[in-house]
Design a protein around this ligand. Structure first.
Ligand SMILES: Cc1ncc(COP(=O)(O)O)c(C=O)c1O
Length: 414
């Protein structure tokens, strides 16, 4: 089935006991068994069954099945947040003194996880220019355990050469982890271009309405866990084959970290997925129109949108995302004061820390998401003092443009 159909029907064919067409919300902590032996067998893996919602839940399992199909993967684990997904994947791969290679210009929370939190445990991260593929190749050494990129860097808007970076990872025999939050499987399926593990913050476009935090990990089946440098996963692969990494997470890392989603939130993600394909078309259309409008606006100093015809990433956007530059863009009015006055003057667009909502959202990254980083560090991450990030909503474009027009005018009034 095609993406538009999988988004609605994937992973769930109806509830056989009641006929319900919406996935039932199994709001339960645990699952009772008639006999001690039955439960013991489930714990031992001798019989299938649910144990405890921190490990697995039927509502969440339906979401995992749908995301597996959408990403064309071999399995999925849904998590409580995008950060829980990234933390589980990375902690499932690295040990003290190992090295991560990550694209610079990615989400500030991920940078903090790698640098601050994992740094405390002796894990080092080398941030390299996402646009410069050579830098990934040069940075790899025998301590490197994974390469991490975002499909479109948030907020730097860089589009890395995903197939070429996958090649570099595979030559080094390490997995390539791709954060597909900003593009979603509607625009891009990283596994088809060499990614081994796909992660998502489902809080964004997948949820689509700003109503639940969530995340997901999908194994694309590309990486051969039998021959990787991960002793425990290699051992496990003798028993469960290619599902070794997900089993390693489910039965150890994910289970122990406790980053499971609430069943209600899994339901909200399933509901969001149903309309994701249609919404993405409108998000991208409005983002592109906004980018063109801002590029032609005499008061606007700069606009960054990879879907613009003169973007240096245009050819990658065509090759990887079918020509669509996504729903995010950034622009500048020259300084922080004007950025603040612009945001304060908006009437329709919301000023908040999120993206991928049906509503148009704006934020001043330097003073919010990246506030804990020094100006010098922000520069390296591609964050300037005048930068405004926009997540284009699915409202009528004329209304968004009129809101921006009056706010830009006010930004320049003394
Ligand atoms: C690209 C990207 N990845 C991951 C995350 C983290 O997701 P969450 O907020 O669901 O933990 C975010 C959050 O903004 C993001 O933009």
């Amino acid at each position: 089935m095609k993406t538009d159909t999988l988004a609605i029907h994937g992973g769930f064919t109806g509830d056989s006991s009641s006929g319900a067409t919406a996935v039932p919300i199994n709001q339960t902590v645990s699952y009772a068994y008639k006999t001690a032996q039955e439960l013991a067998d489930v714990f031992d893996g001798k019989a299938p069954g649910y144990i405890y919602t921190r490990i697995a839940n039927p509502t969440t399992a339906a979401l995992e099945a749908r995301l597996t199909e959408l990403e064309n993967g071999i399995g999925c684990i849904a998590t409580a947040s995008g950060m829980a997904a990234i933390a589980s994947v990375v902690m499932g791969l690295v040990r003290a003194s190992d090295v991560i290679i990550a694209a610079a210009g990615i989400f500030g929370g991920t940078v903090s996880l790698f640098e601050n939190t994992l740094g405390r445990f002796g894990v080092k991260t080398n941030f390299v220019d996402a646009a410069d593929t050579e830098q990934f190749a040069k940075a790899v050494n025998n301590k490197t355990k994974l390469i991490f990129v975002e499909t479109i860097g948030n907020p730097r808007m860089d589009v890395p050469a995903i197939p070429a970076i996958a090649e570099i990872a595979h030559q080094a025999n390490i997995p390539f982890v791709v954060d597909n939050t900003v593009t979603t499987p509607v625009l891009f399926k990283p596994g088809e271009f060499g990614a081994d593990i796909v992660v998502h913050s489902t809080s964004k476009f997948i949820n689509g309405h700003g109503t639940a935090i969530g995340g997901a990990i999908i194994d694309t089946g590309n990486y051969d866990w039998k021959s990787g440098p991960f002793d425990d996963i290699r051992q496990l692969s003798k028993r469960v084959g290619q599902l070794a990494f997900l089993a390693h997470l489910r039965n150890l890392i994910y289970r122990d970290l406790g980053g499971c989603p609430a069943p209600m939130n899994s339901f909200l993600m399933l509901q969001g997925l149903e309309t994701l394909p249609g919404r993405m078309v409108k998000h991208c259309e409005n983002a592109e129109k906004l980018a063109q409008y801002l590029r032609d606006h005499p008061k606007v100093c700069w606009v960054d949108y990879p879907g613009l015809p003169d973007s240096k990433f245009r050819s990658r956007v065509v090759k990887l995302f079918g020509g669509s530059g996504g729903g995010l863009l950034t622009f500048g009015l020259g300084d922080k004061q004007k950025a603040f006055r612009f945001i304060d003057s908006l009437k329709l667009a919301k000023n908040l820390a999120n993206l991928g909502d049906a509503k148009t959202l704006v934020i001043h990254p330097s003073s919010t998401i990246f506030h804990e980083f020094l100006v010098k560090q922000q520069k390296q991450m591609g964050v300037t003092e005048d930068m405004i990030r926009i997540s284009a909503g699915i409202e009528d474009f004329e209304d968004i443009r009129n809101d921006f027009e009056q706010a830009i005018k006010k930004a320049f009034e003394e």
